[in-house]
Each structure stands twice: as C-alpha cells, then as structure tokens.
Ligand binder design. Structure first.
Ligand code: FES
Length: 190
C-alpha cells in the first residue's frame, strides 16, 4: 500500500514518522493548499536537465507556504523529485535560511553584515532577544519565545547598508534602528 506521506500526487498528508530519525512534532500540515502541487510542477519545468535542481526552489515554496520545513515536507519533496529524504534533509540542515520548526507570530530579522554589524546590530539583536524573551537560538539560528509570539534571527545583508542597522519585522522594513526605536516597534507589534 502506498504511503500518502510520500506520494507526490496526493493532496493529503498524514502526520507520522516519515523517515528514520525524523523529529517528533505536532505541527504537520494535513493538506496541501489548492494549487500547491501545480506550483511545484511548474518550478520543476525550469530544470529540464535534472529535476533534482528544483530541490531548493521546492524547499522555498514549502517554507513560504507552511512557515517551516516539516518532516512531511522533506518526504514529499524527495518523492516528488525521485530522491531519498536524506538528499533533501541535508539541504535543510545545511542552509540556515530553512527552518525545521515554526517561527513565532512576529518574526524579527536583524541584519548582521558589515555595515549593520559596525552600526551595532549585534547589540541590537541581543537587546531584541532579551526584550522578546526568546532564549537561545536553535541550530538554524532562530530563537523563539516559549509562548510562540516572537522569533528573532540574524540575516545577511538586506540591501539597505546606508541606513544601518536594519531589521525586518514580518514583511516590514525598518532602518536606523536604535534601541529606543526597537522599543517603539515592539509596542507596535505587541
Ligand atoms: S549590511 Fe545590513 S543592510 Fe547591508
């Protein structure tokens, strides 16, 4: 009997162990949104020589859709590309931009590249972590508060080096962020 977790054509994904050593979690999506598989198929057409090259685009699609890469996502993408789960898992663990856990409701990204670092982004990130009570970052550098309200992470240059330090809160961009400005922003995103 085929396992619906690893059958790419299915629109339903059952939670459960999908590959040996998969982390236990309770956030597995139960259904792919309408059009998701069509989007994945379209992305794969960009790589006619080897569909394996669609691994990263499919991982981005999965994370944009579900917020993180679950074990079910790893298994689904692997099956879709005729690969083993380990081929996808190694990408997820290698690239820091992929998350294996859901981020908090408010996701704060702090630029740590040169201009922002020189303008104090490390101290700013420490301050934000403290104010949001997010604790220590996980292996992907994401720190999330126990109530799931906030996540804070470092990112590389977000292309506004002249107005450092720069942060993003969800999809909003904020420049010249001092600790005082950070306080105002946290009130706004409370
Ligand atoms: S270095 Fe931070 S935006 Fe470029």
């Amino acid at each position: 009997m085929s396992n619906p977790v690893v059958t790419p054509s299915t629109q339903s994904i059952l939670p459960g162990t999908v590959y040996p050593g998969a982390p236990d979690h309770h956030h597995a999506p139960t259904a792919l949104p309408k059009g998701f598989e069509a989007q994945a198929d379209e992305l794969i057409t960009h790589y006619p020589v080897s569909k394996r090259s669609a691994s990263l685009p499919l991982l981005h699609l999965w994370q944009e859709t579900f917020g993180y890469i679950s074990p079910e996502g790893i298994a689904w993408i692997a099956a879709k590309l005729d690969l083993q789960a380990i081929n996808i898992l190694e990408l997820v663990t290698f690239y820091p931009m992929f998350r294996q856990h859901p981020a908090g409701k408010t996701l704060i990204k702090v630029c740590r590249t040169l201009s922002c670092a020189m303008a104090g982004s490390y101290a700013l990130c420490d301050y934000l972590r403290q104010e949001c009570k997010v604790g220590e970052p996980d292996a992907h550098g994401l720190a999330t508060s126990p109530d799931g309200k906030y996540s804070v992470e470092f990112v590389e240059c977000i292309a506004s080096c002249g107005t450092a330090p720069v942060i993003m809160i969800n999809d909003d961009f904020h420049e010249n962020v001092t600790q005082r400005r950070a306080d105002e922003l946290l009130l706004k995103y409370k």
